[in-house]
Design a protein around this ligand. Structure first.
Ligand code: UDP
Length: 236
């Protein structure tokens, strides 16, 4: 078992630790929650435990269905052993239903089904507020090569098909989500996390939000909603 060494990096929701294996890192999931580019801050009780449970289950599932990920092993309630990657500085959002920033930008109501999945790219830079970019920007600034961007887009759409079906089986509508990819030994693999912090999940029966919009919009029942997603997807 790799030994946990010093902290490499602390982000908004996770801490990354080095291990005695140069190819492996440990992701520690915190309870801290932020929204609106960290202008709103708070904590969600046990969020780290729930997001680790969900991310490990989902990454394992994606790995079994042909999407390579950084996931190696769940180490504890809050810790995931992962392959060390160099993160591609591009956040990939996939949308199936109109919501959030796109609904606002277009002045349309949330909930409209999109007839085709929409892939959006954002340059990962907190100081700039993660500006939206297109594939030409990614290539022109060298954030990824053409082959890498093709792989990223193909995996993002495959994740969408696989997870839309997985969540639907548990009565949850996958509205949209954000992915991050990294390079490991020359290959593009899915990294970071998949959780209600980084996706929109609506109960198919009631339409209730089961994701971070409950925190962003002060809707209450935040922990309960995250817990219900974990209960349905991880069976715990
Ligand atoms: N998202 C994320 N991190 C970000 C921005 C967006 O995880 O920095 C996720 C968000 O939770 C949602 C999807 O990406 O599931 C689309 O977000 P949107 O562009 O609508 O932005 P938001 O409404 O979150 O500002």
């Amino acid at each position: 078992m790799p030994k946990k060494l010093e902290q490499i990096y602390e982000g908004k929701a996770k801490i990354l630790y080095r291990t005695d294996d140069p190819d492996l890192v440990i992701q520690y999931f915190k309870d801290d929650a932020t929204a609106f580019n960290a202008q709103k801050k708070g904590t969600i009780a046990d969020k780290g435990v729930m997001n680790n449970a969900l991310s490990t289950t989902i990454f394992e599932y994606l790995g079994q269905h042909g999407v390579p990920t950084h996931f190696v092993k769940k180490l504890s309630d809050r810790e995931m052993l992962s392959k060390k990657v160099a993160i591609v500085p591009v956040e990939v959002v996939v949308r199936n239903v109109l919501a959030g920033s796109l609904a606002k930008k277009l002045g349309r109501a949330e909930g409209e089904k999109l007839s085709h999945p929409v892939v959006e790219l954002y340059y990962k830079d907190d100081a700039l507020g993660d500006p939206m970019v297109n594939s030409d920007h990614v290539l022109a600034f060298g954030w990824a090569t053409k082959d890498e961007l093709d792989a990223i887009t193909e995996y993002a759409l495959k994740v969408d098909v696989l997870l839309t079906e997985l969540f639907a089986r548990h009565g949850i509508r996958l509205v949209d989500f954000k992915l991050e990819f990294g390079r490991h030994k020359g290959e593009i693999i899915l990294a970071d996390e998949f959780s209600p912090d980084t996706s929109r999940l609506w109960d198919m029966a009631t339409g209730e939000k089961m994701d971070k919009d409950r925190f962003r919009r002060d809707l209450g029942k935040i922990e309960e909603s995250y817990r219900e997603v974990v209960r349905r997807i991880c069976g715990a």
